[in-house]
Every structure is written in structure tokens, then in C-alpha cells.
Design a protein around this ligand. Structure first.
Ligand code: SAM
Length: 266
């Protein structure tokens, strides 16, 4: 924050600062120079503990901190992620309630751990603008008005970019559009006529029921990590094979993250 003193010079007023930092989708080398600079300013890192068996993901965050932060005196604070209340009937209200509870937890953790002139950071998988709630939760914290801070978002490499690079593809055909959606929405059938569809968060292999078997699918799991699996082909020919590979990999590793592009036949 800047202000002008009485002779017109600008001075910095130190204020509690938070960074939401995109760290890329699994390869520590996705981390940008801008992210490294922000990480080196942070006194404290907040880790949202989702209570999952994704040890690899926790390890990657630690590896990134150890590799890129020069002064190891930073602190880490774990925040236990609240569970969504299954009793709340609509999906949207369930997520809204969950975000509100996350906002309260962040608010308490920031107030208790980041001094007025200190800097905190949240490391977000991929990029914070894609299927991630951190920015929304921060906006809620600001709207609640109980805590003051300045915050900045540092972009990261998304899993979609990592997928496209791994397959050496452009997402769109010349002049075409790209839809980015979830497995749930794909299964609803609302994008059946889209030209290029990127699907994330698909625990049910919704591609199996996509009506155009002549589509090309470019599928990737653990993209960018040392567990990366890439498969591509005509949907009708390869869908079952992808499902089997997906199930085997999830069994082997205890978790899976996969993303794919469906490109409709012309
Ligand atoms: C909660 S979203 C987070 C997306 C993230 N913010 C991004 O920029 O990629 C999680 C979904 O991202 C995708 N994903 C994230 N990392 C991935 C990876 N390394 N390989 C494959 N898919 C990944 C999967 O579809 C997963 O279900």
C-alpha cells in the first residue's frame, strides 16, 4: 500500500500480506520465478489438510518449499479442511457452506499466525483460477470484515497446460472453441455438441458414455509427475483401456488425478 507524505514522496506502509501461489500440477519445475520470489517473502505457509491418502501431494509441496526457499526459518500451519455437510440438500448450498467454514478457519489461522507486518502464503495446486476455492474463500474473508490484509495471486501451470504439453497438442482446432468442464457436467450431456472439451474432476470415467465414439481422446493421469500415464486414441477403441489403466493406477498409488481432452470427430 502506498501513501503520499506532506512533501509528496511516496512511502510503503507495511501491511499484513498474503499470497495465493499457483505451484503447477505436479512437476516442481512448473514453479515460476514469480512464485519463487513470493515464496521467499512468506513468513508462514498455510497447508489445507484434506485428510486424504495423497502423501505424494503433501511431499511435493514440502519439496517445493525446501528447494526454492533460501531461508528455512519459515513456519507452516495446518488447517483441517471442514467436511461438506451431506444433509444440505443442494450441491451449491453445500459448497457455499463449506467455503464459509473454510473462510472462518483461514481467518482464525491468519489472525493467530501472521503478524501485522508479516507475510503468509497458500500454495495452490496448478493455478488458483481453475477449480480451486482459495480465491473465493479469501473474498469471503474480506467480506466478513473481521481481518484486514492485502493479497496477491501468483499464477501457476494448470493440469490442462501440462496435459497439452505432454501430448504435444493444441487444445482447439483452428478457430474452434474449447469448453473446460467436470466429469459430472459431461455426463449431463450438455456439451455433447462442443468441438473440444477438457474434462477435469471425473471420478466416474464419464467419457465412456460420450455419444461420439469417433472422437479423439487425449488422457493423462499424474501429469508432470514421475507417475505420469498418457493414453490417446479414438474414444470408442480406447475408452475401456483407459478405465482399466485408471483403476489399476489408483489401486497402486492410493489416489489418482486425471484430466483429458475430447476432440469431436468432424
Ligand atoms: C480441484 S481440481 C484443481 C485443478 C488445478 N487448480 C489446476 O490448475 O489444474 C483437481 C483436478 O485437476 C486435475 N489435475 C490436477 N493435477 C493433475 C495432474 N497432475 N494430472 C492430471 N490431472 C490433474 C484433475 O482433473 C483433478 O481432478
Amino acid at each position: 500500500m502506498m501513501y503520499f507524505d506532506y512533501i509528496g514522496e511516496t512511502k510503503d506502509i507495511e501491511m499484513r500480506k498474503l499470497y495465493i501461489i499457483g505451484i503447477g500440477a505436479g512437476n516442481p519445475e512448473h514453479v515460476t520465478v514469480q512464485a519463487i520470489k513470493a515464496m521467499n517473502k512468506a513468513d508462514v505457509f498455510f497447508l489445507l489438510n484434506k485428510g486424504e491418502s495423497k502423501d505424494d501431494l503433501v511431499r511435493l509441496r514440502k519439496e517445493i518449499c525446501e528447494r526454492y526457499i533460501d531461508d528455512p526459518s519459515y513456519r507452516t500451519v495446518e488447517i483441517a479442511d471442514p467436511v461438506r455437510d451431506p444433509a444440505t440438500p443442494s450441491y451449491t448450498s453445500r459448497v457455499e457452506e463449506w467455503h464459509e467454514r473454510r473462510a472462518v478457519l483461514y481467518e482464525e489461522a491468519i489472525a493467530a499466525n501472521v503478524g501485522e507486518e508479516e507475510c503468509g502464503a497458500v500454495l495452490v495446486w496448478g493455478d488458483p483460477m481453475l477449480y480451486d476455492s482459495t480465491i473465493r474463500v479469501f473474498d469471503r474473508m474480506i467480506a466478513r470484515g473481521n481481518i484486514s490484509f492485502d493479497y496477491e495471486v501468483i499464477p501457476g501451470i494448470t493440469s490442462v497446460q501440462a496435459l497439452a504439453a505432454a501430448h504435444k497438442i493444441v487444445l482447439n482446432g483452428i478457430g474452434e472453441s474449447v469448453v473446460v468442464t467436470t466429469g459430472r457436467r459431461l455426463a449431463d450431456g450438455q456439451f455433447n455438441s462442443a468441438e473440444n472439451i477438457v474434462v477435469m474432476l471425473d471420478g466416474s470415467c464419464s467419457f465412456k458414455d460420450f455419444p461420439d465414439a469417433e472422437s479423439d481422446i487425449y488422457w493423462g493421469a499424474y501429469v508432470g509427475t514421475d507417475k505420469e500415464i498418457l493414453l490417446t486414441g479414438k474414444l470408442g477403441e480406447i475408452a475401456e483401456h483407459i478405465e482399466v489403466a485408471r483403476n489399476e493406477a489408483r489401486e497402486r498409488n492410493g489416489w489418482i488425478m486425471d484430466v483429458y481432452l475430447l476432440r469431436r470427430s468432424q
